[in-house]
Design a protein around this ligand. Structure first.
Ligand code: ADP
Ligand code: MG
Length: 318
């Protein structure tokens, strides 16, 4: 199968399956054309996944496609942007038809659920890796940044944390228990908080998606905002499955492991008090932004400081 045949068979059928009005011209030409609604800013980002680094060797292609698009979509959620379209640069060791069929299925599902239209891409031969560039839009000036957290703001996270990180311990499990299956599902099929992110635009002072772990990602907000924070370990939302699997260590997965793609935002208390039920029911307040630098974790019974660690590609873990 040649490059054109491969694109024609597996990728072009996806084009046009998401009709969110973003694309004037989809794949097949030299470039795609996106129309930005009047009064909006274009928000865009690219994410690369490399076999053996971001996903295990022989990882099922359906999951790979979903995770790649989810990770990219999660960055849009963290900006408060509405999803529009994406391009895909795919490097493959071989044109394996079964693999491509699975990959295209995962991509079609994710594209549909995340409301991201396939705009085009590039297909090359080499060690397996893929880059997804996503485009979204946000009302002019309303993009949520990392830099707006102010002393007194509440720190809120969506969903529950730590499941995807714990799942890494069970990827090879031949007969996973129900609890293992639940956390594995969080790893294989993350759900970026697109609608929640959009609804937080104009309310949150800062936002980030949790891809590298709460400590690391909240640390990025604090650094960009020139602020510090205290979080209460007992308030960190954990799934019952994670608590059962990991006991007292569950919170360590929530603090330090990545891949959950939940949101961490800062919100002024007065705004939080009047936020919609939809927002409040999806988020948990875990602490407060302070003036003094550093991220402090309130550990029962006293206050204990822990080092800020997360995943950093160019630094080996301590
Ligand atoms: P060019 O040489 O002009 O860059 P390509 O041969 O790379 O064109 O691609 C031809 C068309 O197919 C382009 O419109 C491109 O966006 C699309 N395309 C290539 N690879 C993919 C892919 N993996 N998914 C979706 N569209 C793709
Ligand atoms: Mg090209």
């Amino acid at each position: 199968m040649g490059e054109f045949e491969l694109i024609q068979k597996h990728f072009l059928p996806l084009a046009g399956s998401v009709s969110n009005g973003a694309l004037v011209l989809g794949p097949g030409d030299d470039c795609a054309i996106q129309r930005i609604p009047a009064g909006h800013d274009l928000v865009f980002s690219i994410d690369t996944m490399v076999e053996g680094i971001h996903f295990p060797a022989s990882y099922p292609p359906e999951y790979l496609a979903w995770r790649a698009l989810a990770a990219a979509a999660s960055d849009l959620a963290a900006m408060g942007a509405a999803p529009a379209c994406f391009t895909l640069a795919l490097t493959l060791p071989a044109a394996d038809d079964d693999w491509l069929t699975g990959f295209a299925r995962g991509l079609a599902d994710a594209s549909h659920i995340f409301r991201l239209a396939l705009a085009g891409g590039d297909t090359t031969r080499g060690p397996l890796s893929l880059s997804v560039q996503v485009h979204g839009t946000v009302a002019e000036g309303r993009g949520l940044r990392r830099s707006g957290a102010r002393a007194g703001d509440l720190i809120c996270v969506s969903g529950t944390l730590g499941d995807a990180g714990a799942a890494l311990d069970y990827l090879e499990e031949a007969q996973p228990t129900d609890d293992m299956a639940q956390v594995l599902e969080r790893y294989h099929h993350p759900s970026p908080r697109l609608e929640l992110g959009e609804s937080l635009s104009g309310l949150a002072t800062a936002a980030i998606d949790i891809s590298d772990g709460l400590m690391a990602d909240l640390g990025h907000i604090l650094e960009a905002s020139g602020a510090g924070a205290t979080i209460d370990q007992a308030l960190i939302p954990l799934s019952p499955a994670l608590s059962r699997l990991k006991g007292a260590r569950a919170v360590d997965y929530a603090l330090h492991a990545g891949d959950d793609y939940e949101l961490c935002v800062t919100v002024p208390e007065a705004i939080w008090q009047v936020a919609s039920d939809a927002i409040r029911s999806q988020m948990t307040v875990i602490g407060t932004v302070n003036q003094d630098a550093g991220l402090h974790i309130k550990d029962s019974p006293g206050h204990t400081d822990r080092p800020t660690t997360g995943f950093d590609h160019f630094r080996s873990k301590a």
